[in-house]
Design a protein around this ligand. Structure first.
Ligand SMILES: CC(=O)SCCNC(=O)CCNC(=O)[C@H](O)C(C)(C)COP(=O)(O)OP(=O)(O)OC[C@H]1O[C@@H](n2cnc3c(N)ncnc32)[C@H](O)[C@@H]1OP(=O)(O)O
Ligand SMILES: O=C([O-])CC(=O)C(=O)O
Length: 377
């Protein structure tokens, strides 16, 4: 096979064969293991969906209960991880703290047995269980507080909100947060998943796989856009200012939360997240930034709709998280909590038919250049 055409960003180039998720970008369809995202959002839970993604089938009741209970058991983090996190600068970004903490897990669970299903299961459980605890712990410690111990009587989403906000979670907020996790759990060969698969293909440990994916998710062109969206809405400031703000943007500016490599219509997850935000407003009061967002969506559609630029998953998620008192710089770590499920599903799939990723390049530099001694340069 000769592939000679260079495609920046590998656009349109398949990097793997995968049966985990499917996107139809023209029709705005997303499926996990063949099941529509709308069905999973309404009927499933994040942990059930994680099981589906990782093991390929919906669990039986007994399988789900066993999985949930293992995760509950492993939620606590070691004191030494906590102490390490305490030394992180409180001004640092929580995504950096998460990347370092995820990598640090590998120091404690270093025995690698990639062909042993029990090892795979334990790594899956540990990562899904401990990542939310680490996100919440960093948040409390940077405020000078001690981390809150996870609560065994709360489900996955409720426990995270409890650890973060140090109060009983509201049941509607907890259910909606769980749906958000389901919506963010997986999305074909996006940048962080590609990064996870490249790392996995070297047969390193799963903590390194997740740490490299967290680093990739953090950027503003990927998961980091959810934080940027709120900053942008704050900068716009009012519904009246939406169109002047848009008209005054320098040419070629990227509007955060819009555009997608695959979707050329509104991302189906953005549609669901928008309706989740509206449900929260009914119970907890309106958010003026939502009105700005809706007006911006209209104005961008008029201007850039013909180019296929519509809201992506990052556009409305921050408006949901704000109502749960989640700080803006935790929006991307929250995305990461969910995406751990997808990364692990891809880790497992990669190990199934592994070949190390080692693409080629088109060399554009000099050949046979002379070495010039330093005093002659
Ligand atoms: C979880 C996620 O990762 S979802 C994506 C989150 N990221 C964002 O919201 C950041 C803003 N969006 C973007 O930067 C891009 O749309 C990406 C990174 C998501 C996709 O990038 P690509 O597929 O490489 O598209 P690319 O940057 O080549 O854009 C194609 C065209 O659409 C335009 N375009 C794409 N996104 C936007 C946007 N958000 N605002 C304005 N124009 C845009 C580009 O300027 C370009 O126009 P041109 O052909 O006239 O030069
Ligand atoms: O698919 C992508 O490129 C980005 C995305 O929406 C995601 O990772 O959820």
């Amino acid at each position: 096979m000769t592939v000679c055409e260079y495609k920046p960003g590998l656009e349109g180039i398949p990097a793997a064969q995968s049966s985990i998720s499917y996107v139809d970008g023209k029709q705005g369809i997303l499926e996990y293991r063949g099941i529509r995202i709308e069905d999973l959002a309404e009927k499933s839970t994040f942990l059930e969906t994680s099981y589906l993604l990782i093991w390929g089938e919906l669990p039986t009741k007994a399988e789900l209960e066993a999985f949930e209970s293992e995760i509950r058991y492993h939620r606590r983090i070691k004191y030494r991880i906590r102490d390490m996190m305490k030394c992180f600068p409180e001004t640092g970004h929580p995504m950096d703290a998460l990347q370092a903490s995820a990598a640090a897990l590998g120091l404690f669970y270093s025995r690698r047995a990639l062909d042993n299903p029990a090892y795979i299961r334990q790594a899956v459980v540990r990562l899904l269980a401990k990542i939310p605890t680490m996100v919440a712990a960093f948040q409390l410690m940077r405020k000078g507080n001690d981390p809150v111990r996870p609560r065994d009587d709360l489900d996955y989403a409720g426990n995270f909100l409890y650890m973060l906000n140090e109060r009983e979670p509201d049941p509607l907020a907890a259910r909606i947060f769980d749906v958000c996790l389901t919506l963010h759990a997986e999305h074909t060969m996006n940048a962080s998943t590609f990064s996870a698969r490249v790392t996995a293909s070297t047969l390193t440990d799963p903590y390194a796989v997740v740490a490299s994916a967290v680093g990739t998710l953090a950027g503003p062109l990927h998961g980091g856009a959810n934080e940027e969206v709120i900053t942008m809405l704050e900068e716009i400031g009012s519904v009246e200012n939406v169109r002047p703000w848009l008209d005054n943007l320098p040419p070629k500016s990227k509007i955060m939360g819009f555009g997608h490599r695959v979707y050329k219509v509104k991302d189906p997850r953005a549609t669901i997240l928008q309706s989740l935000a509206e449900q929260l407003f009914e119970k907890f009061g309106h958010d003026k930034y939502y009105d700005i967002a809706v007006e911006l969506e209209k104005a961008v559609e008029e201007k850039l709709g013909p180019k296929g630029i519509y809201p992506n998953v990052d556009f409305y998620s921050g408006l949901v998280y704000r109502k749960m008192a989640i700080p803006t710089d935790l929006f991307t770590p929250v995305f990461a909590i969910a995406r751990v499920a997808g990364w692990l599903a891809h880790w497992k799939e990669q190990l199934g038919e592994n070949r190390i990723f080692r693409p080629t390049q088109m060399y554009t530099g000099d050949r046979g250049a002379a070495y010039i001694p330093i005093d002659q340069r």
